[in-house]
Design a binder for this molecule. Structure first.
Ligand code: USQ
Length: 395
């Protein structure tokens, strides 16, 4: 069993992973600065699921399941704090989920782009230095994104591919063509992590994860253990937003032609993949890439699936395509390799249909909370003008 430090333990994936790894007997330590809660509040929203504060969460994990999860409050930007946590805990694995994850939030204006890049890129750099100093043998499981690759007109391999150019061949990182200042942070992170592995001999798994959807996993067996669930224009992701919209009678919001394709994975399967990465470390000094996805869908097609899933629950779901606020290809080729996790044993456990039914039933219970923040649903941030002002701070 390993000692696992989860950076960003209070988030959607972080909290779910803390429960899952604890259930498998790992020792979990978490850190967080609660910026996600503040950022969602800034855009006028909250989690559809009523999540308790971290102390209540930890208490409940202990009283219900006996999990002893320890926690430290602080930011990855604070090197003194990181050094203290790493120096005290010497983790075997560091899972890095402590990043600002919203593309629209990063595109709002200069301040939000700056905040996102500073938090994500410099936070990761700090973490790499802290690992080098205090835990050089530990394995960094770093959350990247499928969005690093963009939508090229050729198949997307897992991180690297063989190139032949002017008669010579090399094995190189696949070109990155990200679609927002947020997605760009993940590209910069990948370059920094790969470099740290090369020069300092750190080891890392860089996870190119698709869009995650879902409200629960088996580990969440009581409302006191719920993970957050966002549905606002910035932090809610496509399927999660559609399901929240469906339960309050808000027409589903595919953007543009709706033919943009993305790779998706259920929360429960994302946990399975992250756990496989944690439990099967790479060799010391190795930098490896996993494309962590299950299936590829077009965003209009997904809206139709949510509409269908609502019928047996008595939901009369409408669809209202909106002008695309983003700068993204509307029609494109999309083929993604995802063999590495399958080789380690990954098998998707849930179909989209099963998961949609679970999500809609869960969200119906929290319908009033979603309805109370319905003004946060319509897209306000556009890629072209960068002028939306949700009202933030900073530099
Ligand atoms: N979209 C709609 N309607 C909506 C919301 C989104 O049509 O109401 C479309 C977007 O235009 C885009 C696609 O759905 O074409 C995906 O958008 P998203 O907001 O679900 O996901 P994205 O902005 O790409 O970011 C999310 C997470 C991010 C993660 C990424 C994985 O917020 O942290 O890195 O998914 S990936 O998309 O593979 O890059």
């Amino acid at each position: 069993m390993s000692k696992v430090l989860i950076c960003g333990i209070d988030g959607y994936l972080g909290w779910t992973l803390a429960l899952h790894l604890s259930s498998r007997g790992h020792e979990v330590i978490g850190l967080d600065n609660f910026e996600r809660r503040k950022n969602v509040e800034e855009v006028g929203s909250w989690s559809a699921t009523p999540i308790s504060d971290i102390n209540e969460r930890l208490k409940s994990a202990k009283s219900r399941h006996g999990y002893e999860i320890s926690f430290a409050e602080g930011s990855t930007l604070d090197y003194g704090f990181l050094s203290k946590v790493m120096g005290k805990s010497h983790p075997d694995v560091v899972v890095h989920l402590a990043e600002q994850p919203s593309a629209p939030f990063s595109m709002a204006d200069r301040e939000h782009a700056f905040y996102t890049q500073q938090n994500n890129v410099l936070g990761t750099l700090n973490l790499l230095f802290a690992m080098k100093e205090y835990a050089p043998k530990s394995h960094l499981v770093k959350l990247g994104t499928m969005g690093e690759y963009g939508t090229p007109n050729i198949a997307i391999p897992e991180g690297f591919f063989e190139v032949e150019y002017r008669g010579r061949k090399d094995w190189m990182p696949f070109p990155r063509q990200p679609g927002s200042f947020y997605h760009l942070t993940k590209v910069h992170d990948s370059a920094n992590v790969m470099f740290a592995c090369k020069v300092w001999g750190l080891s890392s798994t860089d996870i190119m994860q698709g869009v995650v959807y879902g409200t629960r996993t088996d580990d969440i067996d009581d409302d006191s253990l719920l993970t957050r669930f966002d549905f606002d224009e910035a932090f809610g992701t496509a399927i999660n937003r559609y399901c929240a919209q469906a339960v309050i009678g808000y027409p589903l919001t595919p953007y543009g032609s709706g033919r943009q394709k993305r790779a998706f994975i259920a929360l429960v399967d994302s946990m399975q993949c992250l756990t496989l990465a944690v439990e099967n470390p790479p060799k010391q000094g190795e930098y490896r890439v996993f494309n962590q996805i299950d299936e590829v869908y077009g965003v209009y097609e997904l809206a139709e699936q949510v509409k269908r899933a609502g019928r047996p629950l008595g939901l009369d779901v409408g669809i209202q395509a909106l002008a695309d606020p983003r700068f993204e290809s509307q029609e494109h080729f999309y083929e993604v390799d995802h063999d590495n996790l399958r080789k380690l044993g990954f098998r998707p456990t849930h179909t989209l249909e099963d998961e949609l039914d679970i999500m809609l039933r869960d969200l119906l219970r929290f319908k009033d909370r979603i309805d109370a923040k319905r003004d946060a649903i319509a897209p306000r941030t556009t890629w072209k003008d960068g002028k939306s002002k949700p009202g933030r701070r900073m530099v």
